[in-house]
Design a protein around this ligand. Structure first.
Ligand code: GLY
Length: 423
């Protein structure tokens, strides 16, 4: 006798089995802890960014952090963080599919149009790819899409103005004094710059012109050679001469020249994983994995997996060249922005690495911590930002233990990656 025949003869049993199947399917769909966590976090994000959209109406001022009175602090269109708010709005749209989020994301993206000509520092990739780079994934109107494509192509051209083929890297900043006051960097390149390369790879695909991606590859190969120490921790700043010889390996935002600034290590993990995705060059995957292993195995990584702002604060053998006063704060602040972007990078790395499960599990722990009361803002607080407890630049005494817009951006991105990846 077939099961259906058996059930037909016993309608009560049939009903019971249908109910059992329905309950187990719906509990899988609705009550999986992963699904619930993502849903709760996006619900918080919607509440927070609704608040932000109400308070921030000047489209020339882009939310970045909060001040000591708890008010939103903004930047203008020429800084490095102005694309993250638009990007976060696109991620909320991607999750919710609610048209009002697309409208807000479009408005804040288009407010960045003139930044396509940003050439005074290297961050045009951060600014334009987090905003317009997300917009092109969702915009269906051909005229708008064509305009966005043109803006991204011009943005890539702007990035290329800072590439000197003799050096083989995109120059991050113009001349800048080091903390030890012994030198003025002439051609400083910071590890963060890896994050500007994704836009170049995209524009090569868009135009069919390999020149943008070639620059990205050259930059990544030279960064791989000169930014990593033998243990695959990273220097923040490498300064070059006009022929591409290394002059200095130092820090600007980290604790000491030989320390590991947490966000910088995160940029390396994320950036080399992304370059592996774009090129399938095994050397980039190896670099990403080794940088990730350094991070996740570090004895100073706290139990909740959200790093101190630098892995080596207060340790012997590490001497800041700037005025660090160990007594000023009674604790070493965490950097949730480093935690969020590393979680996002590790999730992508987990899809490429042979032992991907290891990176997935670590990223999952990071996301669980960031989703808890210690880091996730209570709706209506935190000036409308989603995450608490990030550090902008400790040595500059700037943005210490505050919300930061890029922590929010990479957190939302990581949640979307977490949703898509099954391990
Ligand atoms: N790209 C600058 C920073 O990470 O602070």
């Amino acid at each position: 006798m077939k099961l259906t025949e058996f059930n037909m003869k016993r309608p009560g049993l049939l009903l019971a089995s249908i109910l059992a199947v329905t309950v187990s399917v719906s509990s899988f769909i609705w009550f999986s802890p992963k699904t619930e966590l993502i849903k709760k976090d996006f619900s918080t994000a919607e509440k927070q960014y609704s608040k932000m959209l109400k308070s921030q109406t000047d489209l020339t001022q882009f939310p970045r952090t909060s001040d000591k009175n708890g008010a939103v602090k903004t930047t203008d269109v020429w800084d490095w963080t102005q694309g993250f708010f638009a990007g976060g709005l696109w991620y909320i749209y991607e999750y919710t599919k609610k048209p009002e989020w697309k409208a807000a994301a479009t408005k804040w993206t288009e407010a960045l149009e003139q930044a396509q000509f940003l050439t005074q520092h290297h961050d045009v990739g951060f600014v334009m790819y987090c905003s317009y780079g997300n917009a092109v994934r969702f915009e269906k109107d051909p005229a708008k899409l064509e305009k966005y494509h043109k803006i991204l192509i011009q943005s890539a051209e702007s990035a290329l103005t800072r590439f000197d083929p003799k050096v083989g890297l995109i120059k991050s900043w113009n001349t800048k004094a080091s903390w030890d006051k012994k030198t003025v960097w002439q051609y400083p390149v910071i590890i963060d710059n890896m994050m500007n390369l994704e836009m170049l790879c995209y524009v090569s695909k868009l135009t069919g012109n390999p020149k943008y991606k070639d620059v990205a590859i050259s930059h990544a190969l030279n960064t791989m050679k000169n930014h990593f120490r033998p243990d695959f921790s990273t220097y923040h700043v490498v300064d070059y001469d006009a022929n591409g010889n290394v002059l200095h390996q130092q820090t600007n935002q980290g604790y000491a020249d030989n320390s590991t600034w947490s966000r910088g290590q995160g940029w390396a993990i994320y950036g080399f994983t992304m370059m592996y995705r774009e090129t399938r060059d095994q050397r980039f995957l190896d670099a990403a994995q080794k940088a990730a292993d350094f991070y996740i195995n570090h004895p100073n990584l706290p139990k909740d997996k959200i790093p101190y702002w630098d892995f080596n604060v207060n340790q012997s053998g590490y001497q800041p060249d700037w005025a660090y006063d160990a007594n000023k704060l009674s604790y070493i602040p965490r950097d949730a922005s480093a935690g969020a972007l590393t979680a996002s990078g590790l999730l992508e790395l987990s899809t490429f690495a042979k032992d991907g499960k290891k990176y997935f599990t670590q990223a999952e722990m990071m996301l669980k911590s960031l989703s808890g009361a210690d880091y996730l803002a209570k709706p209506g607080t935190n000036a409308g930002f989603i995450l608490k407890h990030s550090v902008g630049s400790f040595p500059h005494n700037s943005e210490i233990d505050v919300p930061l817009i890029y922590a929010d951006y990479y957190f939302l991105e990581a949640l979307l990656r977490y949703q898509k990846i099954e391990k």
